[in-house]
Design a protein around this ligand. Sequence first.
Ligand SMILES: [Zn+2]
Length: 150
Amino acid sequence: MRYKSGTKEYNRWYYLKNQDKLKRVRAKWYQANKERATINAREYYIRTFEAKRNVRTRWYREIRKKILNKLGNKCILCGFDNPWALQVDHINGGGTKEIKKQGGKKVYYQMVLEDINGKYQLLCANCNWIKRHENNENHIVSKYLTSFKK
Ligand SMILES: [Zn+2]
């Protein structure tokens, strides 16, 4: 098989053909340049993973802002409006179950944003805990608390 040199296909073909040799060369280089290799790996990590993390963080921040805007920017029960303590609440309960069912927080956020049936509301952390307690939604917590009452 002939590929034009410099193309992705050529590089792969070349790599497969000379795999053992290349591995040996790389291992030798690594032995002679351990420090450099560590630095390279770290720089690579910082470049790629941090960049990805930033993109992810920005995405969550943006979609959260959109969701808060959509749901009125304050707790529907007491009017508390500090975004750091506002939580999206599934009106009929089962929010976390739905996250798991739908396969992740990202999908859940997207769902909340696109929901047109008014299934979600904003609650502050306090009202959310009280609601959970009153509806007995928080089985794990109540189990935990009753274990102290004995
Ligand atoms: Zn509240």
